[in-house]
Design a binder for this molecule. Sequence first.
Ligand code: HEM
Length: 177
Amino acid sequence: MTFGDTLTDAITPWIHVLAVTVWVGPQFMMFVAAIPAVRTIEDRRVRAKVMRTIVTRFGWLAWAAMAVIILTGISNIFQVQDIDPNVDIGSTDIRWFHWFSGKMLLVGVMMALTAVHTFVIGPRQLALNEKTDVDEAEAARLRRMSMIISGSALLLSIVVILFAMILSDHGYTFTER
Ligand code: HEM
């Protein structure tokens, strides 16, 4: 194997991991800095406007990163199969298959939670914030739900990264159960 082959093989895993950082990193940033900072804005109208700009741009960034993660992830599957033609990674006898299925299950749940947050809870929060007579109890309830759902999705993303690290230890995952 030449250095050129190694470099070519590195491209999609590299983009995959890069997109994962773009997916996960800004979520920490939102939790730790951006949302708490926006909440300190006293003028209700300005606060609602800044919040809408930040979450809309964050949403586009995150879902674009997820599209890249999925496309490069599919490409990674073929590359992993090419590593050892004697190992069928689609076989239920092989550990890789089980860890990969577990990873996909977690990715599915994580994406469902993120979709509920992006397309249901988030828009309701933004609309409520933009009203002149805000129902404070309803706002607090939505905020709590929003934190629980987005926090769980972030936690799942972190567990998915652990599954990915175990998957890539082929000395372990390319063997029979
Ligand atoms: C449909 C979605 C996805 C598919 C099809 C996919 C597929 C893959 C595959 C086949 C690998 C190579 C594993 C190996 O070396 O045996 C990989 C690596 C990796 N995946 Fe994914 N993945 C997906 C989503 C994700 C998500 C959502 C995350 C994190 C939040 C993630 C994080 C990683 C990381 C960090 C690696 C690098 C592991 C390494 O080589 O050291 N993946 N992925």
